[in-house]
Ligand binder design. Sequence first.
Ligand code: GLU
Length: 460
Amino acid sequence: MIRTRFAPTPSGIFTINDLHNALFSYLIAKHDQGEFLLRIEDTNQDKYDMDAENNIYAILKLFKINYDGKPVIQSERLNIYNQYAKYLIENGYAYYCFCDEKKLAKERIEATSKNITYMYDGSCRNLTDEEVKSKISNGEEYVIRQKIEKNGTTSFHDEVYGDITFENKSLEDQILLRSDKTPTYNLSNVVDDGLMNISYVTRSNEYLSSTPKYIQLYDNFNFDIPKIIHFPMIVDENKRISNISVISLLNSGYLPEAILNYIALLGWSPKSNNEIFSLKELIEEFDYKNIQKDSCYFDIKKLNWYNRKYLKMMNNDDYLKYIMPFIIKNSNMKNKSRDFVNKIALLYKEHINNPIELVEMSKIFFDDNIVYQQDCRKYLKNSELVRKIVLTFKDEIIKINDWNIELINNCLNNVSNICNISGIDLYMPIRIAISGVTKGPSLVDTIYLIGKEKIINRLG
Ligand code: GLU
């Protein structure tokens, strides 16, 4: 049975790359009725952030990326990693290192700033047992480093990136256990992937170059080497790894279903030409053989497209329920009657990419201070005709006693006949005069909901 895992480190924001990773790992398992596990990699107490951990659970739940069983919490398993580190020492696959960590960190920074690849020089690799014992009994601080096999090469097969071979001499003796006895990711990920029987190790491609070191550790521990699948990363317009926060997208009014659908297609292509997929459909279609190697650009325009589609697909009740908190939080509509707000929200249902846009666009119903948008000008060139249309419209509107859609329609017909004009040439000057914008829902509905009094005031 396929077992995959999502193994986030709870520090900082949960990004779309984290979500992408979780989704792909989930889909790979569920496509084959396998298990998808969650592992919280919280062994670095300096980086640990409780809010970040809570966000991981909340986001997975919201996106319905459900994990099997209980999450594995690494900070509860420190003794296990210590035992495995001890095993490595006893079998000559790791060694105690007493080098001054601060000094090494400084050297690393200096080298990196000069664009030189830094590698720990292995000073402590060949300390004798006696030397080690005496240093430890003198209370010297130490870390445990992997004793990389420096001869030959290490190869592995990645399901996305193919066969990869590294020269062992290019691999660093990385730290496995810190001086505070907590494991680094390099140790705990291998131990846990082994102990949790993870059959497919799935993660983003930033770990490709570390994988040969993990392969050596799997061998050292006599673990079966899992299938290895690295995912392409989502990047921004500068080709940097995107750190867009999932929470910020949700707060900006992007629906979980739309975000999920969009990112599923970043770096994976379905066999069909379909673009709209529910999670269930993704499970059916997802084949990791169709994951691509190249980084994918996060295009907010495409996400807008998806969000608009998903908003349109919602039934009216769900749509209103979803939209309302945004309105309450961000707009001056909050003091209006629920019925009125619902009408406006529904009017825009097919016209918005997200609820924040609704808040912005619907200002025309409340704010009498009309700000004419740039693109209005081109519709107002024939100023004499425009004036005539607007004044006639005002005269006709004043005559309406019973404010309803039918009479507003009649009123527009009258203006059309009197000014001998129709279509966009008629509607645009009126729309601009009452709202200052060129785009929006149907003109008749807009007039109706702005209300007679406000319309007359706005026409001056
Ligand atoms: N804790 C690692 C991270 O958050 C996980 C990498 C992995 O999935 O193995 O980047």
